[in-house]
Design a protein around this ligand. Structure first.
Ligand code: KIV
Ligand code: ZN
Length: 515
């Protein structure tokens, strides 16, 4: 019998550590439900001690999700483990994931601890975590640069202390596939009680090798892979879930384990949901979920595919859920059809008022754009949740004049802290003018780091989805906005980012070394 490959998704934890990718509680629950629909085995919902908001989000995911294990991250510290245990109380199946760094550089420079102290703290943390959960995972952070002899000692000891999963992270994305696979094989062979735990891997993508390293580890005995939707994560990101799953599925002829339990038709929806919520757009040539991944545009390819699909296609678009983005609703669709389709997409309204509000916005959109696709619906709901959060600034009206030979000019009416004001500004282009007009009112002192526009569906009547990234004093936030008018979408995105920036945030980073 083929082993099952455990898919551990960390989009809500490591993914959220990407600059500006922070998500609200409601957004995390929506993504968790989408992962559950995909039958992902473990959902790492966050780092509960980071802030009260993070705690509440892990708690909400734990109480909502029934068919996947919900995991909370904790440093190897009593206070972190207690907080994670508390957040996971309501879970049908909960896991505590505790970690401490084991590489010489991390122990010396970050922890300022001797190796023996680290070993002792790892064991103590696992024993403590077992008081709150039967299912405990341990990670020796920066294992990819740790001394294998020391790793063997630590891992043997934490298995004895009750760890059920040993996760080997390549924290800085330094390893290469043969080496990393060899490390996993070596650890499994040398640790006397290694058969008592599942070996897992968690690879970062700094050298573009996260997926290759993870798969090499699987070939060498790892049976859990930690990954994220769209490869989101710290710096260059984590191994992309969709690439891991589709590789093991497509090449079942060579992999010693199976992902048959994963409903891959949910991949596309989940990918779009994550990129819409975080503002991290998917590059067109990204494997599996990029817009071009299944587009056989060149004449030669088209000819081949028409004669026999297998000529150039190794996977079917339907298998990743591409065909589910069909045109579903239009101007004449009723409330019931609207509610039903959103339910199928995993969105449930908390009240009739919320449904009525979303339906009114849907009708407004359907007036401007006749064919409404799933992606439009997702954007509509994401926008509503963005607007509901921390809204100190509100867009009331925007008029932009753009004419050949003239400087574009924007007239904007905003409400800030309940007070309405109108300003006019000129700019290099209509978007620049609109941003300058907004800044005249808000005076934010932020630095614009990124501005990007994507069309949500195809065609010139498509909604433009704009992402704006702002930085101030080292803090980074992303804002999103969608509209059939891209200048309005841009203003909405800028205002959304400013609202986030104005909301105070005190949050601990799990790997910063501060305790
Ligand atoms: O990259 C890493 O080492 C991590 C650990 C917390 C598992 O994210
Ligand atoms: Zn990581």
């Amino acid at each position: 019998m083929t082993d099952k490959l455990i898919i551990f998704d960390t989009t809500l934890r490591d993914g959220e550590q990407s600059p500006g990718a922070s998500m609200t509680l409601d957004e995390k629950v929506r993504i968790a439900k989408s992962l559950e629909r995909m039958h992902v085995d473990v959902i790492e919902a966050g780092f509960p001690i980071a802030s009260p908001g993070d705690f509440e989000a892990v708690k909400a995911v734990a109480e909502t999700i029934k068919d996947s294990t919900v995991c909370g991250l904790a440093r190897a510290l009593d206070k972190d483990i207690e907080r994670a245990g508390e957040a996971l109380k309501g879970a049908d199946s909960g896991r505590i994931h505790t970690f401490i760094a084991t590489s010489p550089i991390h122990m010396k420079m970050k922890l300022r601890m001797e190796p023996e102290q680290v070993l002792e703290q790892a064991v103590r943390a696992v024993k403590k975590a077992r008081q709150y959960a039967a299912d405990v995972e341990f990670s020796p952070e920066d294992a990819g640069r740790s001394d294998p002899d020391f790793l063997c000692r630590v891992l043997e000891a934490v298995i004895d202390a009750g760890a059920k999963t040993l996760n080997i992270p390549d924290t800085v994305g330094y390893n290469v596939p043969d080496q990393f696979g060899g490390l996993i094989r070596n650890l499994r062979e040398r640790i006397p009680n290694s058969d008592k735990a599942v070996f897992s891997v968690h690879c970062h993508n700094d050298l573009g090798l996260a997926v290759a390293n993870s798969l090499s580890a699987v070939m060498n005995g790892a049976r859990q892979v930690e990954c994220t939707i769209n490869g989101l994560g710290e710096r260059a990101g984590n191994a992309a879930l969709e690439e891991i799953v589709m590789t093991v599925k497509t090449r079942k002829d060579i992999f010693p384990c199976s992902v048959a339990h994963i409903d891959t038709t949910q991949i596309m929806n989940c990918s779009r949901l994550v990129s819409g919520i975080t503002g991290f757009a998917v590059q067109p040539n990204k494997a599996i979920v990029g817009a071009n991944a299944f587009a056989h545009e060149s004449g030669i390819h088209q000819d081949g595919v028409l004669k026999s699909r297998e000529t150039y296609e190794i996977m079917r678009a339907e298998d990743v859920g591409l065909t589910t983005n069909r045109m579903v609703l239009g101007k004449h669709s009723g409330r019931n059809a609207f509610r039903t389709r959103l339910k199928e997409l995993g969105v449930e309204f908390k009240s009739e008022a919320e449904l009525n509000d979303a339906f009114a916005r849907f009708k407004e959109l359907a007036d401007k754009k006749h064919e409404i696709y799933d992606d439009d619906l997702q954007a509509l709901v994401t926008e509503a949740s963005l607007a509901a959060e921390n809204e100190r600034i509100r867009l009331i009206a925007l008029k932009v004049c753009s004419e050949t030979g003239e400087k574009p000019e924007a007239t904007i009416t905003l409400e800030m802290d309940g007070k309405e004001s109108m300003t006019v500004a000129q700019g290099g282009g209509p978007v620049d003018a609109a941003f300058k007009a907004i800044d005249k009112v808000v005076n934010s002192g932020t630095d614009l780091q990124l501005y990007s526009v994507n069309n949500i569906t195809s065609g010139t009547d498509s909604q433009g989805e704009v992402t704006v990234r702002l930085e101030k004093g080292g803090r980074i936030v992303n804002g999103q906005g969608a509209d059939t008018d891209i200048v309005i979408a841009s203003a909405k995105a800028y205002i959304n980012a400013l609202n986030k920036m104005l909301a105070p945030e005190e949050r601990a980073h799990p790997q910063s070394g501060d305790v």
